[in-house]
Design a protein around this ligand. Structure first.
Ligand code: SF4
Length: 406
């Protein structure tokens, strides 16, 4: 098979792995235009210092000995198959890099013979890039759950990031759709990687840490269950990111799966809730009740505020950081700005305006001297009525998630 044909198959097969982020936006392109938000092959990811890098995103092979029902590359699927050689992936990566098309590589794979054998191939690609080609760019490798500790340690020497995919939130879900996999095995791999990353030495191992992905909506598992699992992964294994993928039937759908795709709004709300867990000191049970899904008609921080009205208004000039973080419309950066400014003087509505805080969304939850906070506090009573239960356009610019008005 020609290299270009392999590239077409294996870049397309890699697009389902969300543990390396890329845009989920779909846009109609004019016939005489160029640029595509849904194409495969090159995706964007973020380095620990916040830079956005373009990565060649491919599978080493889409042949797999497993038969996970939600995966287009499962053993029983009749999707076209292809495999690269180690030399081909090295050649492609160096070629694209030299043409200034990519800054790094995301390399995943179907399971070839065993977890160790598969990882050996991925590690050999990264080793040759690092040692023979002197490649200093970003490398993200798949960590196959169940690989030996020695193999994982070798992967951590050459990769910036490793990701073992948890795939589904509970063992019951895996038993239904991916019976060859266990949560325990994946979390053991994550645990081993975390321990390896803490090893003292001349260079930091896997400096961009670990990520994982979870498919949402392929089973009846609730958002509460998904977030419980994410929370455990963040706290027990120090994962940097959990990526959520709304289930979408492939061209080779499995009979056990839903026939319709899961709405992207559900995925979006999970990312918002995930943010609240990681940066806003919320607990899962504050965001969503056990067994329930997140509300789709409002973001989870606003939903919490509306059901905890007694918590508000929060005094902008006296409240602790944790309380300010709970105010809808106040992000972590602006909370930090408020805390710094109020060491010197009283913070006013004008200061919030200069920080580009959405006053329409925020003021009703705040007590600010000289401001009619009591009147605004009454407005909270009517706020819920103003939130229209309808699906928002995630990609419209300048649209308020609170009111639906521009
Ligand atoms: S192990 Fe990975 S590649 Fe293989 S069928 Fe399961 S999800 Fe797909």
């Amino acid at each position: 098979m020609e290299l270009a044909q392999k590239l077409s198959i294996l870049a397309d097969a890699a697009k389902y792995d969300a543990s390396c982020s890329s845009s989920g936006a779909k846009r109609t392109r004019p016939t005489d235009g160029f640029g595509n938000t849904t194409g495969m092959g090159i995706c964007h990811s973020y380095t620990p210092d916040g830079r956005c890098v373009s990565l060649l995103k491919i599978l080493f092979t889409n042949r797999c000995i497993f038969d996970c029902a939600y995966c287009v590359n499962r053993l029983s699927s009749n999707t076209p198959r292809a495999s690269f050689t180690v030399a081909e992936v090295v050649r492609l990566t160096v070629g694209f890099y030299r043409r200034n098309t990519i800054e790094g590589l995301f390399l995943s794979s179907g399971i070839i013979k065993s977890a160790d054998y598969t990882m050996e191939q991925l590690i050999e690609v990264a080793r040759r890039l690092r040692e023979e080609e002197r490649f200093g760019g970003y490398i993200h490798l798949k960590a196959v759950a169940g690989a030996s500790k020695e193999i994982l340690a070798r992967a951590a020497q050459v990769a910036d990031r490793l990701s073992a995919n948890i795939e589904l939130p509970t063992q019951k879900d895996l038993d239904t759709l991916a019976p060859a996999k266990t949560i325990v095995e994946t979390e053991t791999t994550m645990d081993q990687l975390h321990n390896i990353s803490q090893t003292e030495g001349p260079k930091k191992l896997m400096p961009a840490g670990q990520s994982t992905q979870m498919v949402v909506g392929a089973t009846a598992a609730s958002d509460a269950s998904v977030l419980d699992t994410s929370n455990r992964l963040y706290t027990s294994h120090r994962l940097r990111r959990v990526y959520y993928t709304a289930y979408s039937p492939s061209s080779q759908p499995h009979a056990a799966l839903p026939t319709k795709p899961v709405g992207l709004l559900r995925e979006h709300r999970l990312y918002q809730a995930d943010w609240l867990l990681r940066f806003y000191q919320f607990r899962v049970d504050e965001i969503v009740q056990p067994g329930q899904n997140l509300a789709l008609d409002k973001d989870p921080k606003l939903a919490w505020a509306l059901s905890n009205r007694a918590f508000f208004p929060v005094d902008l000039n006296r409240a602790p950081r944790e309380a300010l973080l709970r105010v809808p419309g106040l992000g972590t950066t602006n909370v930090q700005r408020v805390l710094s400014l109020r060491r010197q003087r009283t913070v006013t509505v004008d200061d919030l305006r200069h920080m580009r805080v959405s006053l329409k969304k925020t003021l009703v939850f705040l007590e600010i001297p000289g401001d009619r906070s009591a009147v605004r506090h009454l407005d909270i009573q009517s706020l819920e009525d103003r939130v229209k239960p309808r699906q928002l356009n995630l990609f419209a610019t300048g649209q308020s998630a609170l009111t639906g008005q521009v």
